[in-house]
Design a protein around this ligand. Structure first.
Ligand code: SF4
Length: 166
């Protein structure tokens, strides 16, 4: 059987940068270094759904973790991830290897090693503060936290890594 039986889970925008908030893109379509690695290592890909575009669409603002850390958004993340957990279970049952989960460091949703906190909301037009409002914190984003919890509940242990696109 000609298949590697190895799979990687990638944050959605690594394969489709168009899902990011407007104005934020360091590549035109795909994160090429990740794709090269995936091809070289003969990994199949599960592209995780983007939790932000499916929640707030393309007109969303840049947000921080404290803003997304809200039960309705966490529940949205879990609903998106449950079918992914089913797939992982099935692959593991069939003795396929899930090599790792790759997130986007700094993202309030998909950060793995770090994310950002700080925005307090309010009318954008009327905020005259000039100081940066966001602070990096050594925590995962909300989506990755929910993925880790669901994996834990399913007693599945996977490696996580985060790409710093800067
Ligand atoms: S939520 Fe995650 S997948 Fe969606 S654009 Fe942000 S980092 Fe990418």
């Amino acid at each position: 059987m000609k298949r590697s039986k190895k799979i990687v889970l990638l944050a959605h925008c690594l394969l489709n940068v168009n899902s990011k908030i407007k104005g934020l893109a360091n590549y035109s379509a795909h994160h090429v270094d990740t794709l090269k690695k995936v091809v070289e290592e003969e990994l199949g890909i599960i592209q995780l759904p983007c939790p932000e575009i499916t929640y707030l669409g393309m007109d969303r603002w840049g947000m921080t973790k404290n803003q997304y850390s809200y039960p309705a958004y966490r529940n949205h993340c879990r609903q998106l991830l449950k079918p992914v957990i089913d797939q992982i279970r099935e692959y593991e049952k069939q003795h396929y290897e899930i090599v790792e989960v790759v997130g986007i460091d700094g993202s309030p949703s998909c950060g793995v090693q770090y994310t950002e906190t700080g925005y307090e909301g309010g009318m954008v037009c009327c905020d005259d503060r000039n100081e940066p409002q966001t602070v990096r914190i050594e925590e995962s984003g909300v989506y990755m936290e929910e993925l880790m919890k669901l994996l834990n509940e399913a007693e599945i242990s996977l490696k996580f890594s985060g790409i710093d696109e800067k």
